[in-house]
Design a protein around this ligand. Sequence first.
Ligand SMILES: [Mn+2]
Length: 211
Amino acid sequence: MPRLLMLGGDCTTHSGTMAALKRHAPQQRLAIAWFDAHGDFNIPETTPSGNVWGMPFAMLCGRGDPGLVAACDGPTLREEDAALLGAHVLDEQESRMLSASPVAQFGAGMLAGEAGLAALEGWARAVGERCDAMYIAFDLDAIDAGEGVCVAMPEPDGLSVDTSVAALRILARTNRIVGFGPTATMRRPGSPLDFDRHAEIVARLTEAALG
Ligand SMILES: [Mn+2]
């Protein structure tokens, strides 16, 4: 199977990418690693903002409005084969739904230590044994705003670039990675951030995931 690099767009594009991967080989069991400062696990009944880009992870899991789920051929995976990484800005009901679900969660603070990376490796190995392939969704706001990423919704207390690279390398050596999607790049007018720095971060992450 060819490998996908899905550059640009917001997080809703991941649910479409998963639909394409599933349609390409319907019998395959797909896993997902979803890096994001936010959960993207809201449904229309829980969302405080009403924004659909807060829902794509739930959509591809088959949760929420049937029309939205159908729009991405959801569900395209089993929740036990999904993990959320680096998410620390969660809405209250979204957080409760995630905790009650089989989705694995690895916070930024946890992944910053050796024990956290070892826990991720344990999850990734088990998933790599039972699944045929993994897609990595990477909302670049999972990276700590202090690293200089140019994103739509920058957040503090996120993953360092080095931790992100370490986590991606673990996923890449334990799973067959069929796609990597670094999304949510946004260059704000008048922002002092250096876009070359952002591009360099994206290149490092891509090399770790697909290289
Ligand atoms: Mn997102």
